[in-house]
Design a protein around this ligand. Sequence first.
Ligand SMILES: [Cu+2]
Length: 416
Amino acid sequence: MASRREFLSSLLLAGSTGLLASRRAGADSEPTLPPVSSPAGGYKPVVVPNGQTLPWKMNGGVKEFHLTAEPIEHEFAPGMTVKAWGYNGVSPGPVIEAVEGDRIRIFVTNRLPEHTTIHWHGLFLPNGMDGVGGLNQPHIKPGETYAYEYTLRQHGTFMYHPHADEMVQMAVGMMGMFVVHPKTPSRVDRDFVFMTHEWAVHPGTYRPDPSVMLDFNIFTFNSKVFPATAPLVVKTGDRVRIRIGNLSMNQHPIHIHGFAYRITGTDGGQIPEAGQWPQTTVAIPVGSTRDVEFVADVPGDWAFHCHKSHHTMNAMGHDIPNNLGVDQGGLANEISQLLPGYMAMGEKGMAEHQDHSMHMSGPRNTLPMMMGRGPFGNIEMGGMFTTVKVRDDITSYEDPGWYDHPKGTVAYLVKK
Ligand SMILES: [Cu+2]
Protein backbone atom coordinates (compact mmCIF):
# COMPACT_ATOMS: atom_id res chain seq x y z
CA MET A 1 0.00 0.00 0.00
CA ALA A 2 1.37 3.42 -0.91
CA SER A 3 2.55 5.59 1.97
CA ARG A 4 1.12 9.02 2.53
CA ARG A 5 4.43 10.50 1.36
CA GLU A 6 4.39 8.49 -1.91
CA PHE A 7 0.79 9.47 -2.43
CA LEU A 8 1.60 13.17 -1.98
CA SER A 9 4.61 13.07 -4.29
CA SER A 10 2.59 11.28 -6.97
CA LEU A 11 -0.01 14.04 -6.67
CA LEU A 12 2.69 16.67 -7.07
CA LEU A 13 4.08 14.87 -10.08
CA ALA A 14 0.65 14.58 -11.65
CA GLY A 15 0.10 18.27 -10.96
CA SER A 16 3.32 19.35 -12.61
CA THR A 17 2.86 17.14 -15.67
CA GLY A 18 -0.65 18.53 -15.93
CA LEU A 19 0.80 22.03 -16.02
CA LEU A 20 3.33 21.03 -18.64
CA ALA A 21 0.66 19.35 -20.68
CA SER A 22 -1.58 22.40 -20.57
CA ARG A 23 1.29 24.72 -21.55
CA ARG A 24 1.97 22.54 -24.55
CA ALA A 25 -1.67 22.06 -25.35
CA GLY A 26 -1.73 25.71 -26.45
CA ALA A 27 -0.15 24.44 -29.65
CA ASP A 28 -3.05 22.56 -31.11
CA SER A 29 -6.10 22.88 -28.94
CA GLU A 30 -7.77 25.76 -27.23
CA PRO A 31 -7.79 25.90 -23.42
CA THR A 32 -11.10 25.62 -21.60
CA LEU A 33 -12.77 28.85 -20.45
CA PRO A 34 -10.53 30.62 -17.94
CA PRO A 35 -11.93 32.63 -14.99
CA VAL A 36 -12.89 36.22 -15.84
CA SER A 37 -10.31 37.83 -13.55
CA SER A 38 -6.65 36.87 -13.70
CA PRO A 39 -5.15 35.17 -10.66
CA ALA A 40 -3.38 37.59 -8.31
CA GLY A 41 0.03 38.48 -9.69
CA GLY A 42 -0.53 36.16 -12.64
CA TYR A 43 -1.45 36.80 -16.21
CA LYS A 44 -3.81 35.33 -18.73
CA PRO A 45 -1.64 33.30 -21.14
CA VAL A 46 -1.80 34.32 -24.78
CA VAL A 47 -3.55 32.14 -27.37
CA VAL A 48 -1.52 31.41 -30.50
CA PRO A 49 -3.79 30.23 -33.34
CA ASN A 50 -1.97 27.44 -35.23
CA GLY A 51 1.05 27.99 -32.97
CA GLN A 52 2.48 27.65 -29.49
CA THR A 53 4.30 29.42 -26.68
CA LEU A 54 7.86 28.58 -25.62
CA PRO A 55 8.20 26.54 -22.39
CA TRP A 56 10.58 27.90 -19.75
CA LYS A 57 11.95 26.92 -16.36
CA MET A 58 13.25 28.93 -13.42
CA ASN A 59 16.94 28.64 -12.60
CA GLY A 60 18.12 30.66 -9.60
CA GLY A 61 15.60 33.47 -10.16
CA VAL A 62 16.17 33.56 -13.94
CA LYS A 63 13.55 32.41 -16.47
CA GLU A 64 15.39 30.19 -18.97
CA PHE A 65 14.24 29.60 -22.55
CA HIS A 66 15.79 27.51 -25.34
CA LEU A 67 15.56 28.29 -29.05
CA THR A 68 17.12 26.17 -31.79
CA ALA A 69 17.45 27.75 -35.23
CA GLU A 70 17.04 24.94 -37.75
CA PRO A 71 15.73 23.83 -41.14
CA ILE A 72 12.10 22.67 -40.98
CA GLU A 73 9.35 21.32 -43.18
CA HIS A 74 6.24 23.46 -42.99
CA GLU A 75 2.72 22.95 -44.36
CA PHE A 76 0.77 26.12 -45.32
CA ALA A 77 -2.38 24.04 -45.90
CA PRO A 78 -2.92 20.44 -47.02
CA GLY A 79 -1.35 20.15 -50.49
CA MET A 80 1.55 22.54 -49.97
CA THR A 81 4.66 21.97 -47.89
CA VAL A 82 7.88 23.97 -48.00
CA LYS A 83 11.45 23.53 -46.85
CA ALA A 84 11.80 26.54 -44.59
CA TRP A 85 13.96 27.62 -41.66
CA GLY A 86 12.49 28.25 -38.22
CA TYR A 87 12.94 27.77 -34.49
CA ASN A 88 12.25 24.59 -32.49
CA GLY A 89 10.73 22.90 -35.52
CA VAL A 90 8.23 25.61 -36.41
CA SER A 91 7.82 28.93 -38.22
CA PRO A 92 7.05 31.41 -36.80
CA GLY A 93 9.06 30.29 -33.78
CA PRO A 94 7.20 29.69 -30.50
CA VAL A 95 5.89 32.86 -28.83
CA ILE A 96 8.13 33.93 -25.93
CA GLU A 97 5.87 34.97 -23.05
CA ALA A 98 7.20 36.63 -19.89
CA VAL A 99 6.39 39.35 -17.36
CA GLU A 100 7.82 42.85 -16.90
CA GLY A 101 10.59 42.68 -14.32
CA ASP A 102 11.59 39.09 -15.22
CA ARG A 103 15.26 38.31 -15.56
CA ILE A 104 15.48 36.08 -18.64
CA ARG A 105 18.19 33.92 -20.22
CA ILE A 106 17.58 32.67 -23.75
CA PHE A 107 19.88 29.97 -25.11
CA VAL A 108 20.13 30.03 -28.90
CA THR A 109 21.56 26.99 -30.68
CA ASN A 110 22.37 27.20 -34.36
CA ARG A 111 21.58 24.10 -36.44
CA LEU A 112 21.41 26.03 -39.72
CA PRO A 113 23.97 25.56 -42.50
CA GLU A 114 25.17 29.16 -41.98
CA HIS A 115 25.70 31.52 -39.06
CA THR A 116 22.89 33.48 -37.41
CA THR A 117 22.04 35.74 -34.44
CA ILE A 118 18.80 36.84 -32.77
CA HIS A 119 17.71 40.44 -32.39
CA TRP A 120 14.99 41.19 -29.79
CA HIS A 121 12.90 43.71 -31.71
CA GLY A 122 11.54 46.56 -29.58
CA LEU A 123 13.06 45.44 -26.27
CA PHE A 124 15.13 47.81 -24.13
CA LEU A 125 18.28 45.90 -23.24
CA PRO A 126 22.06 46.23 -22.91
CA ASN A 127 23.71 46.98 -26.25
CA GLY A 128 25.66 43.70 -26.30
CA MET A 129 22.39 41.71 -26.10
CA ASP A 130 20.78 43.43 -29.11
CA GLY A 131 21.84 40.71 -31.54
CA VAL A 132 23.11 42.53 -34.63
CA GLY A 133 25.84 40.20 -35.92
CA GLY A 134 29.17 41.99 -36.31
CA LEU A 135 27.91 45.10 -34.49
CA ASN A 136 26.84 43.83 -31.06
CA GLN A 137 28.26 40.28 -31.01
CA PRO A 138 30.12 37.69 -33.07
CA HIS A 139 27.88 35.59 -35.30
CA ILE A 140 26.60 32.29 -33.88
CA LYS A 141 28.29 29.69 -36.09
CA PRO A 142 26.63 26.38 -37.02
CA GLY A 143 26.76 24.06 -34.01
CA GLU A 144 27.33 26.87 -31.47
CA THR A 145 25.04 27.95 -28.61
CA TYR A 146 24.93 31.51 -27.31
CA ALA A 147 23.06 32.88 -24.30
CA TYR A 148 21.25 36.23 -24.22
CA GLU A 149 20.49 37.51 -20.74
CA TYR A 150 18.66 40.66 -19.64
CA THR A 151 15.89 42.04 -17.47
CA LEU A 152 12.55 42.97 -19.06
CA ARG A 153 12.02 46.67 -18.34
CA GLN A 154 8.78 47.25 -20.28
CA HIS A 155 5.63 45.42 -21.35
CA GLY A 156 3.93 45.01 -24.70
CA THR A 157 4.23 43.09 -27.95
CA PHE A 158 7.65 42.61 -29.50
CA MET A 159 9.35 40.24 -31.94
CA TYR A 160 12.53 38.26 -32.50
CA HIS A 161 14.41 37.59 -35.73
CA PRO A 162 17.95 37.08 -37.05
CA HIS A 163 20.21 40.06 -37.71
CA ALA A 164 22.52 37.99 -39.90
CA ASP A 165 21.92 37.32 -43.61
CA GLU A 166 18.60 39.05 -42.93
CA MET A 167 17.20 38.89 -46.46
CA VAL A 168 17.51 35.10 -46.70
CA GLN A 169 16.80 34.09 -43.12
CA MET A 170 13.60 36.11 -42.72
CA ALA A 171 12.32 35.24 -46.21
CA VAL A 172 12.46 31.53 -45.34
CA GLY A 173 10.59 31.88 -42.06
CA MET A 174 12.91 32.89 -39.21
CA MET A 175 10.88 35.11 -36.89
CA GLY A 176 8.76 34.97 -33.77
CA MET A 177 6.64 37.04 -31.40
CA PHE A 178 7.69 38.11 -27.91
CA VAL A 179 4.95 39.10 -25.43
CA VAL A 180 5.75 40.82 -22.14
CA HIS A 181 2.81 41.07 -19.74
CA PRO A 182 2.59 44.01 -17.33
CA LYS A 183 3.15 43.32 -13.63
CA THR A 184 -0.49 44.22 -13.00
CA PRO A 185 -2.44 42.55 -15.81
CA SER A 186 -5.08 44.57 -17.63
CA ARG A 187 -8.46 42.89 -17.95
CA VAL A 188 -8.75 40.88 -21.11
CA ASP A 189 -10.55 37.59 -21.66
CA ARG A 190 -8.88 36.42 -24.86
CA ASP A 191 -5.37 37.50 -25.89
CA PHE A 192 -4.43 36.29 -29.40
CA VAL A 193 -1.01 36.55 -31.08
CA PHE A 194 -0.33 36.54 -34.83
CA MET A 195 2.72 36.91 -36.99
CA THR A 196 1.89 37.93 -40.56
CA HIS A 197 4.20 36.84 -43.35
CA GLU A 198 4.45 36.50 -47.12
CA TRP A 199 6.38 33.98 -49.15
CA ALA A 200 7.42 33.47 -52.76
CA VAL A 201 7.13 29.78 -53.58
CA HIS A 202 7.15 29.16 -57.32
CA PRO A 203 4.60 26.46 -58.27
CA GLY A 204 6.20 23.02 -58.26
CA THR A 205 9.11 24.09 -55.98
CA TYR A 206 9.69 23.63 -52.24
CA ARG A 207 12.01 26.50 -51.26
CA PRO A 208 10.70 29.99 -50.53
CA ASP A 209 12.63 32.32 -52.87
CA PRO A 210 14.53 34.97 -50.86
CA SER A 211 15.44 36.98 -53.96
CA VAL A 212 11.82 38.09 -54.47
CA MET A 213 11.36 41.62 -53.16
CA LEU A 214 7.64 42.44 -53.49
CA ASP A 215 5.99 39.87 -55.75
CA PHE A 216 4.90 37.22 -53.23
CA ASN A 217 2.29 34.50 -53.79
CA ILE A 218 1.58 33.01 -50.32
CA PHE A 219 0.27 35.24 -47.50
CA THR A 220 0.02 33.80 -44.01
CA PHE A 221 -1.29 34.28 -40.46
CA ASN A 222 1.10 32.33 -38.18
CA SER A 223 2.35 30.67 -41.39
CA LYS A 224 -1.02 29.18 -42.37
CA VAL A 225 -3.35 30.09 -45.22
CA PHE A 226 -7.15 29.95 -45.17
CA PRO A 227 -8.88 27.53 -44.72
CA ALA A 228 -6.02 26.05 -42.62
CA THR A 229 -6.03 29.15 -40.37
CA ALA A 230 -7.67 28.44 -37.00
CA PRO A 231 -10.71 30.58 -36.08
CA LEU A 232 -10.54 32.98 -33.10
CA VAL A 233 -13.22 31.62 -30.77
CA VAL A 234 -14.59 34.02 -28.15
CA LYS A 235 -17.60 34.22 -25.87
CA THR A 236 -20.17 36.98 -26.36
CA GLY A 237 -19.11 39.90 -24.18
CA ASP A 238 -15.44 38.88 -24.01
CA ARG A 239 -12.88 41.65 -24.08
CA VAL A 240 -10.54 40.53 -26.86
CA ARG A 241 -6.98 41.60 -27.60
CA ILE A 242 -5.23 40.70 -30.84
CA ARG A 243 -1.47 41.27 -31.12
CA ILE A 244 -0.16 41.31 -34.68
CA GLY A 245 3.45 41.51 -35.89
CA ASN A 246 4.93 42.06 -39.34
CA LEU A 247 8.45 41.23 -40.52
CA SER A 248 7.49 40.80 -44.18
CA MET A 249 8.16 43.17 -47.09
CA ASN A 250 4.66 44.72 -47.24
CA GLN A 251 2.27 46.48 -44.91
CA HIS A 252 -0.80 44.43 -43.98
CA PRO A 253 -4.05 46.32 -43.26
CA ILE A 254 -5.86 43.83 -41.02
CA HIS A 255 -9.62 44.32 -41.06
CA ILE A 256 -12.32 43.05 -38.71
CA HIS A 257 -16.03 42.79 -39.54
CA GLY A 258 -18.78 43.62 -37.06
CA PHE A 259 -16.64 45.50 -34.51
CA ALA A 260 -14.24 48.42 -34.20
CA TYR A 261 -10.88 48.00 -32.56
CA ARG A 262 -9.02 50.43 -30.39
CA ILE A 263 -5.31 50.42 -31.07
CA THR A 264 -3.84 50.10 -27.60
CA GLY A 265 -0.16 49.47 -28.23
CA THR A 266 2.75 49.20 -30.65
CA ASP A 267 6.20 47.67 -30.36
CA GLY A 268 7.16 51.10 -28.97
CA GLY A 269 4.84 50.76 -25.96
CA GLN A 270 1.30 51.26 -24.74
CA ILE A 271 -0.90 54.04 -26.14
CA PRO A 272 -2.61 56.11 -23.41
CA GLU A 273 -6.40 55.90 -23.56
CA ALA A 274 -6.73 59.51 -24.71
CA GLY A 275 -4.61 58.66 -27.77
CA GLN A 276 -6.50 55.54 -28.84
CA TRP A 277 -8.94 55.86 -31.69
CA PRO A 278 -11.46 53.42 -33.14
CA GLN A 279 -10.70 51.72 -36.44
CA THR A 280 -11.96 48.67 -38.29
CA THR A 281 -8.67 48.18 -40.14
CA VAL A 282 -5.31 48.37 -38.44
CA ALA A 283 -2.28 48.84 -40.68
CA ILE A 284 0.65 46.76 -39.50
CA PRO A 285 3.70 48.50 -40.93
CA VAL A 286 6.76 46.46 -41.85
CA GLY A 287 8.96 45.95 -38.79
CA SER A 288 6.22 46.74 -36.30
CA THR A 289 3.54 45.31 -34.03
CA ARG A 290 0.04 46.51 -33.15
CA ASP A 291 -2.21 45.54 -30.24
CA VAL A 292 -5.92 46.00 -30.85
CA GLU A 293 -8.78 45.49 -28.42
CA PHE A 294 -12.56 45.28 -28.70
CA VAL A 295 -15.54 43.85 -26.87
CA ALA A 296 -17.09 41.02 -28.87
CA ASP A 297 -20.71 41.81 -28.08
CA VAL A 298 -22.48 40.43 -31.18
CA PRO A 299 -22.51 36.69 -31.88
CA GLY A 300 -21.73 35.34 -35.34
CA ASP A 301 -18.90 34.31 -37.65
CA TRP A 302 -17.09 37.55 -38.40
CA ALA A 303 -14.46 37.81 -41.13
CA PHE A 304 -10.95 38.86 -40.07
CA HIS A 305 -8.49 39.39 -42.92
CA CYS A 306 -5.84 41.45 -44.64
CA HIS A 307 -7.61 44.07 -46.77
CA LYS A 308 -5.17 43.82 -49.68
CA SER A 309 -7.32 41.54 -51.83
CA HIS A 310 -4.29 39.78 -53.32
CA HIS A 311 -3.28 38.85 -49.78
CA THR A 312 -6.49 36.83 -49.34
CA MET A 313 -5.59 34.69 -52.34
CA ASN A 314 -3.24 31.74 -52.67
CA ALA A 315 -0.56 31.06 -55.24
CA MET A 316 -2.60 30.21 -58.33
CA GLY A 317 -4.28 33.61 -58.48
CA HIS A 318 -0.91 35.14 -59.12
CA ASP A 319 0.68 36.33 -62.33
CA ILE A 320 -1.96 34.96 -64.71
CA PRO A 321 -3.29 36.37 -68.02
CA ASN A 322 -6.19 38.81 -67.79
CA ASN A 323 -9.11 37.17 -69.60
CA LEU A 324 -11.86 39.33 -68.11
CA GLY A 325 -14.34 40.15 -70.90
CA VAL A 326 -12.45 38.05 -73.48
CA ASP A 327 -14.64 35.66 -75.53
CA GLN A 328 -12.47 32.53 -75.68
CA GLY A 329 -15.09 30.17 -77.14
CA GLY A 330 -13.51 29.53 -80.52
CA LEU A 331 -9.99 29.55 -79.18
CA ALA A 332 -10.78 27.04 -76.43
CA ASN A 333 -12.03 24.51 -79.00
CA GLU A 334 -8.82 24.77 -81.01
CA ILE A 335 -6.54 24.58 -77.99
CA SER A 336 -8.37 21.59 -76.52
CA GLN A 337 -7.54 19.61 -79.70
CA LEU A 338 -3.85 20.12 -78.86
CA LEU A 339 -4.24 20.02 -75.05
CA PRO A 340 -6.95 17.57 -74.01
CA GLY A 341 -8.85 18.80 -70.95
CA TYR A 342 -8.03 22.46 -71.64
CA MET A 343 -10.68 24.78 -70.26
CA ALA A 344 -10.93 28.52 -70.90
CA MET A 345 -11.53 30.49 -67.74
CA GLY A 346 -11.68 34.06 -66.51
CA GLU A 347 -14.06 35.61 -69.06
CA LYS A 348 -16.72 36.41 -66.48
CA GLY A 349 -14.44 36.73 -63.46
CA MET A 350 -12.57 34.20 -61.39
CA ALA A 351 -15.17 32.81 -59.01
CA GLU A 352 -15.50 29.73 -61.26
CA HIS A 353 -11.86 28.85 -60.56
CA GLN A 354 -12.68 27.49 -57.14
CA ASP A 355 -15.01 24.76 -58.39
CA HIS A 356 -12.72 23.85 -61.29
CA SER A 357 -9.76 23.53 -58.92
CA MET A 358 -11.62 20.68 -57.21
CA HIS A 359 -11.48 18.45 -60.29
CA MET A 360 -8.58 19.84 -62.36
CA SER A 361 -5.09 18.98 -61.22
CA GLY A 362 -2.69 21.91 -61.05
CA PRO A 363 1.10 22.06 -60.74
CA ARG A 364 2.67 20.13 -57.84
CA ASN A 365 3.06 21.74 -54.42
CA THR A 366 0.95 24.84 -54.79
CA LEU A 367 -2.56 25.87 -53.78
CA PRO A 368 -5.66 27.04 -55.64
CA MET A 369 -6.18 30.79 -55.30
CA MET A 370 -9.39 30.29 -53.28
CA MET A 371 -10.33 27.19 -51.36
CA GLY A 372 -12.65 27.98 -48.43
CA ARG A 373 -16.11 26.52 -47.98
CA GLY A 374 -18.77 27.97 -45.71
CA PRO A 375 -22.36 27.19 -44.69
CA PHE A 376 -23.73 29.09 -47.72
CA GLY A 377 -21.19 27.99 -50.35
CA ASN A 378 -17.63 28.76 -51.36
CA ILE A 379 -15.74 31.40 -49.38
CA GLU A 380 -13.72 32.74 -52.29
CA MET A 381 -10.52 33.51 -50.43
CA GLY A 382 -7.29 31.94 -49.21
CA GLY A 383 -4.23 33.53 -47.65
CA MET A 384 -4.60 35.96 -44.76
CA PHE A 385 -8.19 35.19 -43.86
CA THR A 386 -9.84 33.67 -40.81
CA THR A 387 -12.94 34.22 -38.70
CA VAL A 388 -13.73 35.52 -35.24
CA LYS A 389 -16.42 33.15 -33.96
CA VAL A 390 -18.44 34.86 -31.23
CA ARG A 391 -20.85 32.62 -29.35
CA ASP A 392 -23.28 32.90 -26.43
CA ASP A 393 -23.00 30.42 -23.57
CA ILE A 394 -20.09 28.34 -24.76
CA THR A 395 -18.24 26.22 -22.25
CA SER A 396 -15.08 25.68 -24.30
CA TYR A 397 -13.06 27.59 -26.86
CA GLU A 398 -13.00 24.65 -29.27
CA ASP A 399 -14.15 25.52 -32.81
CA PRO A 400 -17.97 25.61 -32.43
CA GLY A 401 -18.62 25.07 -36.16
CA TRP A 402 -20.60 27.54 -38.29
CA TYR A 403 -22.94 30.09 -36.75
CA ASP A 404 -26.59 29.14 -36.62
CA HIS A 405 -28.32 32.40 -37.61
CA PRO A 406 -31.56 33.23 -35.81
CA LYS A 407 -34.58 33.13 -38.12
CA GLY A 408 -35.04 36.34 -40.11
CA THR A 409 -31.47 37.64 -39.70
CA VAL A 410 -29.91 36.52 -43.00
CA ALA A 411 -30.04 38.52 -46.26
CA TYR A 412 -32.82 37.03 -48.40
CA LEU A 413 -33.77 36.57 -52.04
CA VAL A 414 -36.57 38.80 -53.32
CA LYS A 415 -36.41 38.35 -57.12
CA LYS A 416 -34.88 35.80 -59.51
CU1 LIG B 1 -1.56 41.80 -46.43
